[in-house]
Ligand binder design. Structure first.
Ligand SMILES: Cc1cc2nc3c(=O)[nH]c(=O)nc-3n(C[C@H](O)[C@H](O)[C@H](O)COP(=O)(O)O)c2cc1C
Length: 366
C-alpha cells in the first residue's frame, strides 16, 4: 500500500527534520531555556474540552472571517517567522503564494530573507509587516515608509523581544545564516548579514540593532509616522492588553513568541479567556502558540479571539516541499476547522461561542 503522506500538520515536522540541516531545524523547533513554555503552549489547547451541539443543521458551513477589514477564508493566518530561505530556496515567496492562495493573510517578518517588494509582487492577498523598533528611529521610519510603499496593510509591532530569549540550541549550534542568505528588510538601507562570533549570531544581531528601551510612549511616535493599523504582538497580561487599546492599537496578539522568549511564561491559551474578557470587544484579539488542529482554532474563537496564527507548521510545510508543502498545511488546517465546526454544531464563526468550551476546573457552561 502506498504511503498516504502527511495527514496532520504535525506530520510535516518529521519530514522537515530530514530535509533541513541540524542548525536550521533546531532554530525553527527550539524554545528558550528549558522549553517549558514551548511544551505548555501545545499542551494547553489539549486540556480544554469541546461541548458540541447536536441537531444544528450544519449542512452548509463557512469558515470565513474578517480581520482588520480583510475578508479571509479562515481565522488562521501565517505568523511572522524569520529566515524562510533556510527552509527552502524560494523562501518567503513560496510562503506568500501558498498563504494568499489559501485565502488567508501572511505576516512578513522583519527577518525575512526575501525583499518586501518581491514578496508583495508575488502576493494575491493581505500581507502585514512585523516590525522591531531600532535604536536609530530614522532607520525604523525609513523601513516603515518602505514596507508601506511596497503594499503591506498593517504594522505588527513585536513587543516581547527587548533582548533575544536564551535559545540554548542556537548557542550550542553557533547559529548563523548560511552563505548567500541575508536579512533583507531589517532596514531600508540594504541587506544585513547574521554571523556567529562564537555564540548565537542572532542574539548578537538583536543586541546590536533592536532597542531594549522601548516604552508605551513610543507607540504615539509610531502612530504619528504611519497611518497603517498597528497591532501589538507578544501580550500575556490583561493590563497590557487594555493599555494597548488605550494607546490606539487596532489589535493585539496574545503570544509568547512560540516559547522562544521568557521561559515559564504561561501558555497563551491559559491567559486568552481573561484577556478577551478584559478587552471586552474594544479591538481584535489574535492568538498564537502551539495551534496545530482545527479544534484548537475553535477553542480560541470560543474564548473570544478574532483569529489565530500558526508559526512552525508553515515552516515545516515549506521545508518539506516548498510552496506545495505550505499549500498542504493550509489545506489540512482548513479541512480540520471545517470538520471541527460541523461536529461542534457551528455553521459559521459567529456560532463559535463561549459555551462550546469547558476549561480545566470549569463546570460545563451549557
Ligand atoms: C523559527 C521562528 C522564527 C520566528 N521569528 C519571528 C519574528 O521574526 N518575529 C516575530 O514577531 N515572531 C517570530 N516568531 C514567533 C512567531 O511569530 C509566533 O509567535 C510563534 O511561532 C507561534 O507559535 P507556533 O510556532 O507554536 O505556532 C518566530 C517563531 C519561530 C518558530
Amino acid at each position: 500500500m502506498s504511503d498516504p503522506g502527511p495527514t496532520s500538520v504535525r506530520d510535516f515536522e518529521a519530514i522537515a527534520m530530514t530535509s533541513v540541516g541540524r542548525m536550521a531545524f533546531d532554530y525553527y523547533a527550539g524554545g528558550s531555556d528549558d522549553e517549558i513554555t514551548l511544551f505548555e503552549n501545545t499542551a494547553a489547547w489539549g486540556r480544554a474540552r469541546l461541548l458540541y451541539r447536536v441537531l444544528a443543521d450544519v449542512a452548509e458551513r463557512s469558515t470565513r472571517c474578517t480581520v482588520l477589514g480583510h475578508e479571509l477564508s479562515m481565522p488562521v493566518m501565517a505568523a511572522p517567522t524569520a529566515f524562510h530561505r533556510m527552509a527552502h530556496d524560494e523562501g518567503e515567496l513560496a510562503t506568500v503564494r501558498a498563504t494568499n492562495g489559501a485565502g488567508t493573510a501572511m505576516i512578513l517578518s522583519s527577518l525575512s530573507t526575501v525583499d518586501v517588494e518581491e514578496v508583495l509582487e508575488a502576493a494575491t492577498g493581505p500581507v502585514f509587516f512585523q516590525l522591531y523598533l531600532y535604536r536609530d528611529r530614522q532607520i525604523s521610519r525609513e523601513l516603515i515608509e518602505r514596507v508601506t510603499a511596497a503594499g503591506c496593510s498593517a504594522i505588527i509591532l513585536t513587543v516581547d523581544t527587548p533582548l533575544l530569549g536564551n535559545r540554548e540550541r542556537d548557542v550550542r549550534n553557533r547559529f548563523q545564516l548560511p552563505e548567500g542568505i541575508s536579512v533583507r528588510n531589517l532596514t531600508a538601507r540594504g541587506p544585513l548579514e547574521c554571523t556567529s562570533d562564537g555564540g548565537s549570531g542572532l542574539a548578537r544581531f538583536v543586541q546590536d540593532h533592536q532597542d531594549p528601551g522601548l516604552r508605551w510612549e513610543h507607540l504615539a511616535w509610531l502612530r504619528e509616522i504611519s497611518d497603517l493599523p498597528i497591532v501589538l504582538k507578544g501580550i500575556c497580561r490583561r493590563d497590557d492588553a487594555t493599555r494597548a487599546f488605550d494607546e490606539g492599537a487596532s489589535a493585539i496578539v496574545v503570544s509568547n513568541h512560540g516559547g522562544r522568549q521568557l521561559d515559564t511564561s504561561p501558555a497563551t491559551f491559559d491567559v486568552l479567556p481573561g484577556i478577551c474578557e478584559a478587552v471586552a470587544g474594544r479591538g481584535e484579539v489574535w492568538v498564537d502558540g502551539g495551534i496545530r488542529r482545527g479544534t484548537d482554532v475553535i477553542k480560541a474563537l470560543a474564548c473570544g479571539a478574532t483569529a489565530t496564527l500558526i508559526g512552525r507548521p508553515v515552516l515545516w510545510g515549506l521545508a518539506a516541499d516548498g510552496q506545495q508543502g505550505v499549500e498542504q498545511v493550509w489545506k489540512i488546517m482548513a479541512e480540520e476547522l471545517d470538520l471541527a465546526m460541523a461536529l461542534a454544531g457551528c455553521r459559521d464563526v459567529h456560532e463559535i461561542t463561549r459555551d462550546l468550551v469547558q476549561l480545566v476546573g470549569e463546570q460545563p457552561g451549557a
